[in-house]
Design a protein around this ligand. Structure first.
Ligand code: DSN
Length: 416
């Protein structure tokens, strides 16, 4: 980064500080990961210079022959990895992928049946302050109050009564397996289409460690930077019969020029995900999540649904730490270089800014090479920091131990 250092010392300095933060902190945000150097090189390549509105062989600009090749590779790999009939690799984000699906098949005022953000869904699943909640009429299903798993029976009753045009299923904070087959049966049974948003679990699905929605659901969206471990971006998979509607909803419907450097980086991450080593990585993500859950439960902590089937855990602070908000827990852990995020939990009574939960995930620490022993230790540290009456006294000691652990698992990037 010698050119950047000379051209813009302030930005260079900020990147260098962030490089060090990533090295010396335990990254437990469930939606983050460390992309490979190959992905970063593609994302930082000269493809950023190219305008390519349209699709391969159907562009509105000249000179697109090489970016056409890039986009075709990305599309082919996405289809192969997920066994999908059609793929659109242009969405700039998961949000734009979801909004594009809505735009393709809904009219303003149409009804969607979705899980709310508080229950574990996503902003784009009909939140009132998101376009999805402003444009469409939203009905929410949720989780069973006992098991905190998706309540499919209630979903079926709602679908029958409300007759939505589209059912959305998928989550940003749900630790349990999702029965996409059952959701598709419910949706199709009442004449609705179904969108599976697999942003969080895409890597697990690609590795065959979570049942795939692709054979059952009309549309599948994902981001490419979470468990899939690629560049920040989105992706849509669908049945061939919806290909034209989806492509035109993405461009010109929702976006202009595609980010060809990011599409190249998506292609690289999809190739990585097609290798057998990617399956090994995803298996370790799951084992690590189990080990971390075990450790937290042994310390007396409470997890939403009692555990996890995937890469994330939701700590329910209400009984064990009734006075502590998720925001306070996040800040306390931040002081010992452990990064996680406050999160609402099903049945939440606090505001989304305060929350009663903390979301913790294992994809990033697993990429660093950490294993079950480290997860057990991390669980004990989280407990120690949150439960010590005068935490200030213990913070320095835990922080030093966290940094020492991080040094044993360096990131695969050059220091700046
Ligand atoms: N912000 C993402 C997450 O953290 O899950 C969802 O968009």
């Amino acid at each position: 980064m010698d050119n950047l250092r000379l051209a813009d010392p302030e930005i260079f300095a900020a990147i260098r500080r962030e490089r060090r933060r990533q090295e010396e902190h335990l990254e437990l945000i469930a939606s983050e990961n460390f992309a490979s150097s190959a992905v970063l090189e593609a994302a930082g390549s000269i493809l950023t210079n190219k305008y390519a509105e349209g699709y391969p062989d159907r562009r509105y600009y000249g000179g697109c022959e090489h970016v056409d090749a890039v986009e075709r590779l990305a599309i082919g790999r996405a289809r192969e990895l997920f066994g999908a009939e059609h793929a659109n690799v242009q969405p700039h984000s998961g949000t734009q992928a979801n909004l594009s699906v809505y735009a393709a098949v809904l009219r303003p005022g149409d009804k969607i049946l979705t899980m709310s953000l508080i229950e574990g869904g996503h902003l784009t699943h009909g939140h009132g302050k998101n376009l999805s909640g402003m444009l469409y009429s939203v009905v929410h299903y949720g989780t069973d109050p006992e098991t905190r798993r998706i309540d499919y029976a209630a979903m079926a009753q709602l679908a029958e009564r409300e007759r939505p045009r589209l059912v959305t299923v998928g989550a940003s904070a749900h630790p349990r397996e999702i029965d996409f087959h059952r959701v598709a049966e419910i949706a199709h049974g009442c004449g609705a289409l179904v969108l599976a948003d697999i942003a969080h679990i895409a890597g697990l699905i690609a590795a065959g460690l979570h049942p795939s929605p692709v054979p059952h659901c009309d549309f599948v969206t994902t981001t490419t930077h979470k468990t899939l471990r690629g560049p920040r971006g989105g992706l849509i998979l669908c049945k061939e019969k919806f290909a034209r509607a989806i492509d035109s909803a993405v461009f010109p419907g929702n976006q202009g020029g595609p980010l060809m450097h990011i599409i190249a980086a998506k292609a690289v991450c999809l190739l990585e995900a097609l290798q057998s080593s990617f399956g090994d990585y995803q298996r370790r993500v799951l084992k690590n999540a189990q080990a971390l859950a075990r450790s937290l439960l042994e310390c007396g902590m409470e997890l939403v649904s009692g555990g996890t089937d995937n890469h994330l855990l939701l700590l329910d602070l209400r009984r064990t730490f009734p006075e502590m908000t998720g925001k306070q827990a996040q800040n306390l852990l931040g002081k010992v270089n452990v990064t996680a995020n406050k999160n609402t939990i099903p049945g939440e009574r606090r505001s989304p800014v305060e929350t009663s939960g903390l979301r913790i995930g294992t994809p990033a620490v697993t990429t660093r090479g950490m294993g079950e022993m480290e997860m057990e230790q991390i669980g004990r540290w989280i407990n120690k920091v949150l439960s010590t009456p005068q935490p200030e006294a213990t913070l320095e000691e835990v922080q030093a131990a966290v940094v020492a652990m991080c040094r044993r698992f360096p990131l695969p990037y050059p220091m700046l």
